[in-house]
Design a protein around this ligand. Structure first.
Ligand code: IPE
Ligand code: IPE
Ligand code: MG
Length: 243
């Protein structure tokens, strides 16, 4: 059990969030600083992701959601997009090998239609294996956009309404049409790399998330950095509009 000092200088127990979401940003700048190609930054970022996911599991988190590729990231040079897709394939292949042993459930959130058949197949396989497992869950946001997610949900709802499957809509009902159906909203959203924006990440789900920004670039993001974010979260007072 870890403690932090509260405003009164007293030791308080660290509050571990149920769900952390991370915008894994800064790979390109990390590589540029070292005179390396951007793709080297993505490879280093993938390593950081492996390390941080393990740390989150060991800390007792229930969910980790990471932003790996946005609906806008297709604007990048095709070689860079291809390199990112290859890293993702590699990660999924590796996950399929170890997820049962390590007890990690893995789901992809995003529009898989434009992805390669191989990536789609691997994504389906990880989802299938995950359904049989229990415990820590990683959501990998891939070709994910918050606005796209909402528009898709509205379309699907409209279809179901027309077919008479559903009646009127409320917030909870709408949530069931999102990729995040059944997953609690993130308690804490972390964005490294110094950018102070959400870049279309979890637009609906972030309504009451605590936000944590750091200048550290994602490949340099360490376990100690994660601990600092959780400590900052522990100091926050969440009111959800109440007193
Ligand atoms: C995040 O790092 C990875 C993806 C968006 C795929 P970036 O590639 O955006 O790195 P910077 O922001 O250019 O440094
Ligand atoms: C957000 O980072 C997307 C991911 C980290 C996958 P970007 O680098 O694409 O965001 P902007 O362009 O700086 O807003
Ligand atoms: Mg970026």
């Amino acid at each position: 059990m870890k403690f932090f000092k509260n405003k009164a200088g007293r030791a308080e127990e660290l509050r571990i969030p149920r769900h952390i979401a991370i915008i894994m940003d800064g790979n390109g700048r990390w590589a540029k600083k070292r005179g390396l190609p951007r793709t080297a930054g993505h490879a280093a970022g993938a390593e950081t992701f492996r390390k941080i996911a393990t740390r989150c599991k060991n800390l007792g988190l229930e969910y980790l959601t990471v932003y790996a590729f946005s609906t806008e990231n297709w604007k990048r040079p095709p070689e860079e997009v291809a390199a990112i897709m290859t890293l993702l394939e590699k990660y999924l292949l590796e996950a399929i090998e170890k997820m049962e042993k390590e007890g990690i459930r893995l789901f992809i959130m995003g529009d898989m239609a434009p992805l390669s058949p191989r990536l789609r197949e691997l994504a389906e396989l990880t989802a299938e294996i995950s359904k049989k497992l229990e415990g820590f869950q990683v959501n990998l946001c891939l070709n994910y956009g918050g606005r796209d997610e909402i528009v898709r949900a509205v379309r699907k709802y409209a279809q179901d309404y027309k077919s008479g499957l559903v009646g009127g809509l409320d917030e909870e009902g709408f949530g069931r049409y999102l990729y995040s159906a059944g997953i609690p909203d993130p308690d804490l959203i972390i964005r490294p790399s110094g950018e102070l924006r959400l870049s279309n990440f979890l637009i609906w789900q972030s309504a009451y998330s605590e936000l944590y920004f750091t200048d550290v670039l994602w490949p340099d993001f360490s376990e100690a950095e994660l601990d600092r974010a959780i400590e900052a979260y522990s100091r926050r007072e969440r009111r959800f509009g109440g007193t």
